[in-house]
Design a protein around this ligand. Structure first.
Ligand code: PLP
Length: 363
């Protein structure tokens, strides 16, 4: 059994052979010309994935580090922010903002529903002091892809910054950072980037640098300016996480070879396949169908099927790892990840195993 291809949780995701090979590479001098060449090309590729002419900042860390880095580089303690919460990751982003002593105005969106421009516009009207909007592109806990493309203009009209969690979206879902007016978007290497956990990838636009100059959080390790200064000369400010950067380079080469349009089309096809398959097995799709995610699907099991039993049976009988829900939905939802290095056969196998396990559990 190829264990890696049976990882159907929404991250970490399976590693492609080329990425595994990159993880075996020997170390090289982190200040040498070979590293600089690799890192410059990597930055170009990462920019291309975001479709931005702005800067990309690649930090050692996970997605959560990106939340903190986004805040300390753009805001000051006590600033008002609008935190759009439509699931567990939105809640966590808001929690980081509170921990950093921002004045957090939470806009709750019902789980399974999308955070629409109308919701964001109305909330900004209620909170005119908001300097930034914290927004989750793809809510991994609900399987909803929020309409990010339509949010940028609303936030710009208000004069606020749009800080986006793109952890389970970037490199799997179409993104036009500059055209959509996204000021900052962060992601983690262990999702659609097809790498192990360990890197936070943050793309920043020009308005972030303006905000940076006013932001007065104390910061050192997460200080974007030191990353930019080093990156501009093809380097990292501290010893770079070389192995992870080799892995990301291999993954970006794969994305480039496949072509981003094809990568997104593959994700869309897989999203349709899993949604169709799940409904065929009697599962209810949790997300509003108009905003169903092509990287993660959350589903309500049919009568008589308990999610913890389902997870155990999939593991024990088929060696397939699927996920349950989060927070109050922990035992209610089945979540399946289909981002990164995933193709039809793995999802067909998942659906066929789910069919058998579901029938067994229903008795
Ligand atoms: N944001 C989203 C949307 C996520 O899905 C995750 C992790 O699954 C995170 C943030 C947190 O990332 P990490 O666990 O890498 O810190």
């Amino acid at each position: 059994m190829n264990q890696a291809t049976d990882l159907r949780i929404p991250g970490p995701t399976p590693l492609p052979p080329a990425v595994k090979q990159a993880l075996q590479r020997d170390m090289i001098p982190h200040r040498g010309s070979a590293f600089t060449a690799l890192f410059r090309d990597l930055q170009r590729q990462v920019r291309e994935v975001h479709r931005t002419d702005g800067d990309v900042i690649i930090l050692p860390g996970t997605g959560s580090a990106g939340w903190e880095a986004a805040i300390v580089n753009t805001l000051s303690p006590g600033d008002t922010v609008l935190s759009v919460v439509a699931g567990d990751f939105g809640t966590r982003f808001a929690k980081v903002a509170k921990a950093l002593r921002l004045q957090v105005e939470v806009v709750e969106v019902e789980w399974g529903r999308a955070a629409t421009p109308a919701i964001v516009r109305a909330a900004l009207e209620r909170h005119p002091a908001a300097r930034a909007v914290l927004y989750t592109f793809n809510e991994t806990s609900t399987g909803v892809t929020n309409p990010l493309a339509e949010i940028g203009p609303v936030v710009r009209d208000h004069g606020a910054l749009l800080l986006v969690d793109g952890v389970s979206a970037v490199a799997g879902l179409p993104l036009e950072m500059d055209a959509w007016g996204v000021d900052l978007i962060l992601s983690g290497s262990q999702k659609a980037w097809m790498c192990p956990p360990g890197l936070t990838i943050v793309a920043v636009g020009g308005r972030v640098w303006e905000a940076y100059r006013r932001a007065d959080y104390p910061r050192f390790f997460w200080d974007f300016a030191q990353y930019k200064k080093a990156a501009d000369s093809g380097n990292t400010p501290t010893t770079g996480p070389l192995t992870m950067l080799f892995a990301l380079k291999a993954a970006c080469d794969m994305l480039e070879a496949e072509g981003l349009a094809n990568v997104y089309a593959r994700h869309h096809h897989l999203g349709e396949l899993i949604r169709h398959g799940l409904t065929g097995l009697g599962y209810g799709l949790f997300a509003d169908p108009a905003y169903a995610s092509d990287t993660v699907t959350a589903a309500l099991p049919p009568e008589g099927v308990r999610v913890p039993d389902l997870i155990k049976a999939m593991r024990a009988g088929y060696g397939i790892e699927v996920a349950g829900g989060q927070a109050h939905m922990a035992n209610e939802l089945l979540r399946i990840g289909h981002m990164g290095w995933v193709h039809e056969p793995e999802l067909e196998r998942t659906l066929s195993a789910l069919g058998a396990v579901t029938a067994e559990l229903r008795g």
